[in-house]
Design a protein around this ligand. Structure first.
Ligand code: 2AM
Length: 476
């Protein structure tokens, strides 16, 4: 008799921790991994962490046989071809009604294709975003499941227990059909890129223009974490400044880390997706660009010799700290406004019927972008389901108005002094453009019509489009 309520394939960091989390909540889980030693590692951890009900298998047929029908099998393997490979191996062993839940950061269209294929074979399929890193997976992640709705119903009693818990309930709910769960996770990661870059720029400004030491920075970030900026990323940033270098006790580790940042692809996908749908997300895009620029370290160093920076003029510390806080907060509003518009547009185009208030609630705990601020976003979309942009929400608008002067001071001061503030300035430009009743794009339309007969509309007539034979005043 199969005795396990659920199965999990893929025992790397996330898979192992999620399996232990499930077991910790009393659900007996069967686990399998291509490399058998990770099965043993997981069983050892299960034993050491309280004799958790985990059963290990080293071959697929016995793993599948150990799970009660209809089977629920979570995959946490590398996204892409590995998922297809495992499905090919697993499918012949499954029974009708069994469900597969892919917990990886999968491209949403791959999940849609697999859902269609699996449903045609009589199985159910979910693409479930999992956020929260190692600790989240072990002690309560944010989960973003999308796909077959009845598969979610079957999985609900388990995921509601293992997800992070906030005041308004577990950080999981059915996101929508198809690949919507992966999509929401992808945008979550894009927003995460934006948050991280904004925080990094705030750090740079405080350090270089305010002369703050690592201890000062720790204090400032701890203080910020008590207020409107309260979030996991601000909290861990405060900790980072105090970590002593293990190789050199006189220095902090942060000052020894190479300024080159990698990325695994979800930020790039978010930017590509936004471009494909015609949605501007400049804050997130600039965060991605900064990671790319960081990688060209040698070029940067060579160019820094060509363009030596002038000495920086230090600023009044307290004023700077307040201005940077305001700039960070306003930029964050813009970044989330961009991400939410992308979700709304994708939802309309894909017919996903996403509930933005519920998505913001789901991000309140467990995940990397968890923050007090998400409650405000949730309220904004609860109050007005049709809200088209966070910039149009009255309370966010009020907050921006109160902080706008500091935001502008910080961005212009940084630019004058040659400190790169890609995300803070992209956010400010986004704000200025997105709240502008007139843009100089009339000229772009004129140019397009001039050289390419692309036509234009007029502001004083309803007919059209119009085309003009532009009078050329210079000879070719
Ligand atoms: P491994 O331990 O045998 O490498 C993250 O890489 C997880 O995905 C790991 O558990 C890894 O198994 C698994 N994985 C990656 N590619 C795989 C494949 N083609 N088949 C099975 N598991 C795979």
């Amino acid at each position: 008799m199969p005795s396990c309520e659920i199965g999990l394939i893929g025992l790397a960091v996330m898979g192992q921790n999620l399996a232990l989390n499930i077991a910790q909540h009393g659900f007996k889980i069967s686990v399998y991994n291509r490399t058998a030693s990770k099965v043993d590692d997981t069983l050892t951890r299960a034993k050491n962490e309280g004799n958790l009900p985990v059963e290990g298998h080293k071959d697929l047929p016995s793993f599948i046989d150990s799970i009660a029908k209809p089977r629920k099998i979570i995959l946490l393997v590398k996204a892409g071809p590995a998922v297809d490979k495992i499905l090919d191996d697993v499918v012949p062993l499954l029974a009708k009604g069994d469900m597969v839940i892919d917990g990886g950061n999968e491209w949403f269209e791959s999940t849609e294709a697999r859902t269609t294929k699996m449903e045609a074979l009589g199985f159910k399929y979910l693409g479930m975003g999992v956020s929260g890193g190692e600790d989240g997976a072990r002690y309560g992640p944010a989960l973003m499941p999308g796909g077959s709705p009845d598969a979610y119903e079957a999985l609900k009693p388990i995921v509601e227990k293992i997800a992070a818990q906030v005041e308004e309930g577990p950080c999981v709910s059915y996101i929508g059909p198809g690949g919507s769960g992966n999509y929401v996770k992808m945008v979550h990661n894009g927003i995460e890129y934006g948050d991280m870059e904004l925080i990094a720029e705030a750090y740079d400004l405080l350090k270089r223009l305010g002369g703050l030491t690592n201890d000062d920075l720790n204090e400032v970030f701890k203080r910020w974490n008590q207020g409107e900026l309260q979030s996991f990323l601000i909290e861990i940033t405060a900790d980072i400044f105090t970590q002593v270098d293990e190789y050199d006790n006189h220095h902090r580790l942060i000052d020894k880390i190479l300024d080159v940042a990698g990325s695994k692809g979800t930020g790039m996908w978010t930017v590509q997706e936004a471009a494909r749908r015609g949605v501007p997300i400049p804050t997130i895009q600039s965060a991605l660009d900064m990671r790319y620029i960081s990688v060209f370290k040698k070029l940067r160093v060579d160019a820094s010799r060509v363009f030596p920076k002038r000495p920086l003029a230090t600023q009044d510390k307290e004023r700077l700290i307040k201005d940077v806080q305001d700039a960070l907060y306003c930029s964050k509003i813009c970044s989330y406004a961009q991400g939410m518009i992308l979700l709304r547009v994708a939802s309309d185009e894909q017919k996903w019927n996403l509930n933005l208030a519920e998505i913001a609630r789901g991000w309140k705990g467990g995940c990397i972008i968890r923050a007090k601020f998400l409650d405000r976003i949730r309220s904004a979309f609860t109050k007005n389901k049709e809200l088209q942009s966070l910039l149009l929400d009255e309370s966010f608008a009020e907050e921006i108005k109160e902080r706008e002067a500091g935001w502008r001071r910080v961005v212009s001061m940084a630019q004058q002094q040659g400190i790169p503030v890609a995300a803070l300035s992209a956010s400010l430009s986004y704000f200025d453009a997105a709240s502008s009743d007139h843009l100089p794009l009339n000229l772009v339309q004129a140019q397009r019509d001039y050289f390419g007969a692309h036509t234009y509309k007029r502001i004083d007539r309803t007919d059209g489009p119009h085309h003009t034979i532009w009078a050329r005043t210079t000879e070719l």
